[in-house]
Design a protein around this ligand. Structure first.
Ligand SMILES: Nc1ncnc2c1ncn2[C@@H]1O[C@H](COP(=O)(O)OP(=O)(O)OP(=O)(O)O)[C@@H](O)[C@H]1O
Ligand SMILES: [Mg+2]
Length: 294
């Protein structure tokens, strides 16, 4: 019986599925001049598909490759903040994204937190953010609040990833209005494509009405279990439906991700040599190589 390493088991690609040679995405060249951040929401109105996990670990991987990264927790569940070891529910309102969103005169540098990863910062959130959604409804230019907020730090960071909540409400609309492009994680399970049509419709509406330059950067297949026929079939179906949009890197299912949430740190440091860490590093290299940050 052959024993495969964790690495082999956990790094999956669409190339392997299609019986092609996996690509060799190069390590990104160092950045000479920082700033002009690309704003990228990680979005899917379906819950539990890997949005927060992708935000944290893609962010940590890009920071490892020398990018200045800001992660924005834009989900009142505060899972991104908790996943980075921040006790979100003990934060005062003034210490969260709510403050800088609702008060244009507040100082964002006082709200942004350093994380355990050099070069990666966090704009935290907690459940109070839900009240912003209600308050915003009656505000003029209600879709533009996050865009205005992030404009003040865009010239410092190279990439700003926004962890969206699993709805297409006003908070997500703010993220899409601020965005250069979006990444959509799709879980490799039967109903993955359900709801994606609705998401595409919404992206189109935002493009027409609010943000003409919004693009779909790509679809990231997550929680892939190559041992099950079901997972392979779903991935095949996603590939057939969107051959141009699916990233070659696929994130396999591994218990290491739930563990990192409990540990409050990215997989890059929690299990640096694991297949899960290798997958998100590979995804970061692919994203840069395919021009996703341009
Ligand atoms: N590749 C993976 N393998 C195994 N478990 C995973 C993987 N990715 C994420 N998970 C786990 O699945 C759960 C949901 O993931 P995550 O929180 O990232 O999804 P989400 O889309 O942000 O959810 P929500 O819609 O509730 O915000 C978490 O417990 C997470 O640790
Ligand atoms: Mg989440």
């Amino acid at each position: 019986m052959s024993v495969k390493s964790t690495f082999d088991d956990d790094v999956a690609t669409t190339s392997t599925l299609l019986k092609k040679t996996p690509k060799n995405w190069p390590v990104p060249a160092p950045i000479k001049e920082h700033g002009h951040a690309k704003i990228i929401p990680i979005v899917n109105q379906k819950g539990g598909v890997g949005k927060t996990t992708t935000t944290i670990n893609l962010g940590a991987s890009l920071a490892e490759y020398g990018r200045r990264v800001l992660l924005v927790d834009f989900d009142p569940q505060g899972a991104l903040s908790v996943g980075l070891g921040v006790n979100a529910h003990e934060l005062k309102l003034q210490e969260t994204v709510y403050q800088v969103l609702m008060d244009p005169h507040s100082d964002i540098d006082r709200v942004i937190l350093k994380t355990s990863i050099a070069g990666m910062d966090l704009l935290p959130a907690n459940k109070e953010l839900a009240t912003a959604e209600v308050t915003l409804v009656n505000e003029m230019g209600r879709e533009n609040f996050l865009k205005r907020t992030l404009a003040t730090v865009k010239d410092y960071y190279d990439v700003i990833l926004i962890d969206c909540q699993p709805t297409l409400g006003l908070l997500t609309l703010n993220a899409l209005t601020a965005a250069d492009g979006v990444i959509v994680p799709l879980q490799c399970e039967f109903f993955a494509l359900r709801g994606f049509a609705q998401l595409q419709e919404n992206l189109e509406k935002v493009r027409i009405n609010l943000n003409p330059s919004l693009k779909l950067i790509g679809i990231l297949a997550t929680m892939y279990d190559k041992k099950t026929l079901h997972s392979r079939e779903v991935l095949e179906r996603i590939l057939q439906a969107f051959p141009e949009s699916v990233f070659e890197t696929v994130i396999a299912q591994t218990v290491r991700f739930p563990e990192t949430t409990v540990a409050g740190e990215p997989i890059n440091t929690y299990a640096s040599n694991s297949g899960g860490a290798a997958s998100y590093r590979r995804f970061a290299r692919e994203l840069v190589a395919r021009g996703g940050l341009q």
